[in-house]
Design a protein around this ligand. Structure first.
Ligand SMILES: O=C(O)C(=O)C[C@]1(C(=O)O)C=C[C@@H](O)C=C1
Length: 96
C-alpha cells in the first residue's frame, strides 16, 4: 500500500466496528435504563415496607433479612455483589 492509496479494507473494517459498537451501546443504554427503573422501584418498595413496620411498632431494620439479600448477591456476583447489595439496601432503608 502506497501513501496515495488508503487501505480501504481497514476503512471498511473500522466502519463496521464503529457500527457494531454503536449498536452495542444502544443495548447498554437500554440495560442502564432498566437498572435505574428497577433501582428506584426497589427503593420505593423497601421504604414502604420500613414505614409500614415502624408504624406498627416494629424495627427499622431486619438484619437477618439483609443477610439473606447480601448472601444472594454474593452467590450470584461474588465480592462485587456484596458491595452492590450494600448500596441497594442503603437506597431503601437509608444509611446504617
Ligand atoms: O424486607 C424488609 O423487611 C425490609 O424492610 C426491606 C429491606 C430491603 O431493602 O430489602 C430494608 C431494610 C431491612 O433491614 C431489610 C430489608
Amino acid at each position: 500500500m502506497s501513501l496515495e492509496e488508503p487501505d480501504m479494507t481497514a476503512a471498511v473494517t473500522t466502519e463496521a466496528a464503529t457500527e457494531h459498537i454503536a449498536g452495542l451501546r444502544d443495548r447498554l443504554d437500554e440495560i442502564d435504563a432498566r437498572i435505574i427503573e428497577l433501582w428506584l422501584e426497589r427503593a420505593a418498595i423497601s421504604q414502604e415496607v420500613g414505614r409500614t413496620r415502624v408504624a406498627s411498632g416494629g424495627t427499622r431494620l431486619v438484619l437477618n433479612r439483609e443477610n439473606e439479600i447480601l448472601e444472594r448477591y454474593r452467590a450470584h456476583l461474588g465480592a462485587d455483589g456484596v458491595q452492590l447489595a450494600l448500596l441497594v439496601l442503603r437506597a431503601g432503608r437509608g444509611p446504617l
